[in-house]
Ligand binder design. Structure first.
Ligand code: G4P
Length: 525
């Protein structure tokens, strides 16, 4: 294999940040980009108060619509590495795309607010990372403020998320009396708000601060030293293998806003995070970027209407192996059709630029006129194969949908079919009345659906919310009777014709399971 390409691939680190809204994902991303020199001033990625947005045309559209539909990909170089950060939108922007983005990364960074601990959205995203077995690095943020005790936070990670934690560093004090972090990994103390010259203080052979310093006299220092001794004796051992298997998360404390601990985090992350990993095909063959020379990749997201004037779409491709070169021929595995790719784009913080070359680990955008579907495989060589299917996620929100004007029912069905195939929304049908129910993991998916039906298919839709439901598929469908369906446990079919119960709430699900013990229910991810 071409050793230049191999070297390029080994430099890649591709990850997503998972967190609950407001934990500091944007602030951390911005600081990382500053280190990488990809942006020149803080506030360019997202200036919430000033309403300033990064200069990209997608974001103009977001502004017009008042919603954020992009999950952008940011790229920068640092210390010989090329870092790709995939954004995972949260809040009302939460959608299946957020989950699917996690299929395209090799590791994840989990940001936790020190005052709030583990929150609901973090748990959801964490589960998807865990299912993939990818390494997860934790950044506990906002140490410049009052937060929970560090030991309590570590316990929470281990208990709630069921993953082992290894604190790479440990805070000395908090809020106004935050002195810095005891860096267990590099054996030094990193001082908070110190000049570059005395940012790092050395330790002596007993692991104590080796120089005179006022912090040494404080109870925070004594407390931190006690905690560290406890961690050394009773905590988990550091294990690179366990990190790479996703069984141990290295934990870093810091403060993104004050840019404290971020550089140490970035450098240590880059040291341990994996280079682009192999992916499995649907025939359980591994495509290893270190061995498979030809270009291959899969589409994990399709972004529609980035430019309303052109009604274009962009298919986001995670390159799994080889090198992409603009103008090359690729084959779409699903159809077997080969075509030349002339329009491709890469994503930077401030601009979207044409990309001529990219390698495994990178994300490129291909202009799409309706050719691609989510989960599609594109290959450059003669060997045609399909990557493993992307998982389907259990939706939580549901609406009944119909066309406003019955005369438009043909376009209505065509639009729904395409958007469902594209993975924008999930489709269900009631059994006899054949009403269409749409399912989503976040409200945004419905808004985007409504918008696209109007703009791309010229159909106005009526959406009647039926609220959140717990969807459960059925292993032994033959034992299901229609009489089991009620308003609290609605029986519907998914787009593949499989039966699904939509339960009104946890109580309805438990009640049903107790009454019908022989029915084996399961959920998707
Ligand atoms: P998100 O992307 O995860 O939603 O979080 P974001 O970075 O937007 O941060 C949420 C809020 O937390 C912001 O304040 C941000 O300034 C603050 N923040 C982030 N990191 C730290 C930190 O290390 N320490 C402290 N004290 N605050 C932090 P905001 O007032 O909601 O927004 P803004 O008006 O400052 O933009």
């Amino acid at each position: 294999m071409n050793s230049d390409v191999k070297q390029e691939i080994l430099k890649r680190r591709t990850f997503a940040i998972i967190s609950h809204p407001d934990a500091g994902k944007t602030t951390l991303t911005e600081k990382l980009l500053l280190f990488g020199g990809a942006i020149r001033a803080a506030g360019t990625v997202k200036g919430k108060k000033t309403g300033k947005f990064a200069k990209s045309d997608w974001m103009e559209i977001e502004k017009q619509r008042g919603i954020s539909v992009t999950s952008s990909v940011l790229q920068f170089d640092y210390d010989g590495y090329r870092v790709n950060i995939l954004d995972t939108p949260g809040h009302q922007d939460f959608s299946e795309d957020t989950y699917r983005t996690l299929m395209a990364v090799d590791s994840a960074v989990m940001v936790i607010d020190a005052a709030k601990g583990i929150e609901s959205q973090t748990i959801k995203l964490f589960k998807v990372c865990r299912m993939r077995g990818i390494p997860i690095f934790t950044f506990i943020n906002k140490l410049d403020r009052q937060g929970k005790e560090p030991l309590e936070l570590i316990e929470e990670i281990e208990e709630v998320l069921e993953i082992q934690a290894y604190p790479m560093n440990w805070p000395i004090g908090m809020e106004k009396e935050f002195y810095g972090i005891y860096d267990r990994f590099h054996q030094r103390i990193e001082q908070f708000r110190a000049d570059e010259s005395d940012r790092f203080l050395p330790l002596d052979e007993n692991g104590e601060l080796a120089v005179d310093h006022p912090m040494k006299e404080t109870s925070y220092y004594t407390q931190a030293m006690d905690d560290i001794r406890l961690l050394d004796e009773a905590g988990n051992p550091f294990s690179e293998e366990d990190i790479l298997r996703g069984e141990l998360t290295p934990v870093f404390f810091g403060s993104a806003l004050t840019n404290f601990g971020v550089q140490t985090f970035l450098e240590t992350y880059l040291q341990f995070a994996p280079a682009p990993q192999p992916r499995s095909t649907d025939e359980e063959q591994l495509i290893d970027p270190m061995e498979h020379e030809d270009f291959s990749g899969f589409i994990f997201k399709i972004q529609a209407n980035m430019n309303p004037a052109h009604r274009d779409r962009i298919a986001f491709v995670r390159i799994v192996s080889g090198k992409f070169e603009r103008g090359m021929n690729v084959t779409l595995a699903r159809t077997g059709k080969t075509f030349k790719v002339t329009q491709s784009t890469q994503f930077l913080a401030e601009t979207r630029e044409t990309v001529d070359e990219a390698v495994a680990g990178d994300i490129i955008g291909l202009y799409d006129t309706g050719t691609y579907q989510i989960g599609d495989t594109v290959v450059g060589g003669k060997k045609i194969f399909q990557f493993e299917k992307l998982p389907q996620f259990t939706p939580e929100l549901f609406v009944k949908v119909s066309p406003k004007n019955v005369m438009k029912s043909k376009q209505f069905h065509k639009g729904i079919l395409q958007l469902v195939q594209e993975g924008a929304i999930q489709y269900y049908k009631t059994l006899h009345t054949e009403e269409i129910i749409l399912g989503a993991v976040g409200q945004l998916q419905f808004e985007v659906f409504e918008h696209r039906m109007k703009n791309e298919y010229n159909v106005e839709v009526v959406m009647q919310p039926i609220g959140s439901k717990i969807a459960r598929w059925i292993k032994n469908e033959e034992d299901v009777k229609e009489s089991m369906s009620s308003s609290r446990s609605m029986l519907v079919k998914d787009r593949f014709g499989k039966l699904v119960f939509l339960f009104e709430n946890d109580f309805a699900l438990r009640w049903f399971s107790e009454k019908n013990e022989h029915i084996q229910l399961y959920s998707l991810l």
